[in-house]
Design a protein around this ligand. Sequence first.
Ligand code: TPP
Ligand code: MG
Length: 591
Amino acid sequence: MKLSDFIIEYLVASGSTHVFGMSGGAAVHLFDSISRSPAMGLTCVAHEQSASMAADAFSRLSGKVGVCVVTSGPGATNLLTGVCCSYYDSVPTLLLTGQVATYRLRGDRPVRQVGFQETDVLAIFSSVTKHASQLKAPGSIRQMLDDALSVALEGRPGPVVLDIPDDLERAEVEPFAKSARTAPTRHPSLTGKLDALFELLERAKQPVMILGGGLTTPDVITDARPLLSKLALPILQTWAGLDVVPDDWPLRYGTFGVYASRLGNMIVQNADVILCLGTRLSQNLTGGLLDKFAPNAHIAMVDVDRGEMDKFDGTGLDISTRIETRLDRFLLAAEPFAEGFNRPDIKFWIEKIERWQRILPDDCPSAPADDAGYVDAVHFVRELSAHLSKDELILADTGGTLTWTCNNIRLQSGQRLLSAWNFTPMGYALPASLGAHAAQPNRPLTCIIGDGGLQLCLGELATILRCGVPLKIILFNNHCHGIQKQTLDTWLDGNYVGVDSASGLGLSPFAEVAKAMGYRVVTISRMSAIVAGLAEVYSHAGPVFCNVEVNPDQKLWPYLKFGHTLEHQYPVLEPRTAAALLQEPSHMLVK
Ligand SMILES: Cc1ncc(C[n+]2csc(CCOP(=O)(O)OP(=O)(O)O)c2C)c(N)n1
Ligand SMILES: [Mg+2]
C-alpha cells in the first residue's frame, strides 16, 4: 500500500480519528490518503497555526494524540506557536510535516536550500517537542509511528514531529496490520511516600490543596473527585485547574496568584500544609518573591517531572515532600490511604477563612452608566455563567479577557474551561474551538476572545462557518490590548505604544466582518441589555457572533505589583479591612 495510506490507517487504529491541516506540494499524498479514509475526519484551517492549536485542544479533550498535517517550509513553520502551547502544557500531539523529496534534501552541502521550500524542520522544532525525526526509508514508518505516539503520551506528555519526504509518502510499503499490545510498564511503589504525605495531612491545622491543569487530562479529571471528597480539605484552583471541581464544591475557595482573588492569596499565605496536585506553581501563582510564598507551609507536590519540584531548590521556596509520579498513578495509589484518612479537625481554619471571605472586598467594579456605550467585563462574565449549558465547553483566549473570565466565571460540574495556560498566545481560543468540536461534536461550546486575540485568527471565522460549528463567539471588544495598557500604566507612566488605535494599532470592524461572512451578530453595549442579549445568543442553535462592547479602561484588579507578597495586592485594602485581617489568631503546625 501507499505509505501515506499506511500512516492514516495507523492513526485511525490508534484512535486519532481527526486531523487538522492545510495542503501544499509536499503533503498532497497525505491529504489524498485522508480523503480516502472513511474513518478519518479532516478540518481544513485558514492558517497552519490554527491546525496545531486545534490539534492541541482536540487532545486536551479526547486524551488522544491530536494530529496536524501540513506541507514543508512555511506550512511547517506556521505550526510553531500551537506546538509551543502543547509543549508547555504537556499535551500530546503529532505534527506530520511534508518535506522535499530525499534526493532534494540539502544534506551536508554548504548551502541553505536545495529543494523548493526545504526547511530544517527538525532543528526548528527540537527545542519545543519531545521528539523530532525525519523518515529515512519507507520500511521504518511503523517503528517511527510507534515511537512517536509512545513518546508523545508517556511520562510528561508533549508534541512530536515526524518529517516525511515527499517521495517516501508515495513509496510502497507492506499493508497495515495492527500490532500486538505491548506489556504494561512496571511502576515503582509509592507507599512510603504516601505514608509520609497522609501523615502530614492528618497533622495539618491550616491545610489547603491546590488543584492544577495536570488534573484535567481526560483520564484523570473524573478520577480525582472521589479522592478530593474523601480528603475534604479546603481547595484552591489554578486557572488551568478551574474545571477540576465545580464552583459549588464544598470548601472550594477559587483561584489565587498574581491576578486573582484576595481570599485565595490569604489562604495560601497562611496555610501550614499545602498539597499541590497537577500544578508546577508557576510564577503567576507564586509571585516574584519565592522565599515569601506560603512562608509557614510544608509543601507537598506530586509531579511526573522531578525538575518541576527541584527547580525551587535554593530559592527559599521549599518543596518538602516530592512525589515523582504521573497523577493517574498517584490517584490509584492514594485510594487506600484516602479510605483510612483521619481528617484533622480544621473547624477553626474554616471559620477563619469564612471570616476573611466576609471581610475582604469583592473587587467587582461599579456598573457603568447605561448610556456609557460599554459594559463592565466582570458583571458580564458573572451573568454569562448563568447562560451556559451544563455541559458547555468554554475556550478562553488571553489578555484581560482571560483574567476576567477565570476570576469570575462560575463553572458547573459538567463544564470544561480550556486555554493555552502557559504559553498564552493571542488567537488560541477560536482555532481551539475547532479542535474541541471535532473531539466532542455534540457539546455546546463558547469561545471568549478579545479583539486583539481575534485579529490574529480572524480567518478561522470562515472555517467555523464552513465546518458548521455551533460556536457562540463572545468578543470582548474594548478596542485595545487592555492588559498591555495596564502594564504600560504600571511601568511606563501610561506611554501607550501599539495598544489601541490612537497609539498605532489597527483593529477590524469585527461585528461588520462577522455579519458580512454570514454570522448572526448580537451586539451588547449597555448593562441593561446583557441579560436579553445573552438570551438571544444562546437561543439560536447555530454559530453566533456576540460583540460585547467592553469598557476600554477596564482594569484587571486586584493584582500583585512587583516586589510585594501575595497578600498585598493592589489596590491596597482600606485601613479598617486591613486591621480586621491582622487581628486573626493563627494555629499553625510548626514548620
Ligand atoms: C501572539 C502574542 N503576541 C503578544 C502577546 C502579548 N499580549 C498578551 S495579551 C495582549 C493583548 C491582548 O489584547 P486582547 O485580546 O484585546 O485582550 P484584552 O486585554 O484587551 O482583554 C498582548 C499583546 C501574546 N500573548 N501573544
Ligand atoms: Mg482587547
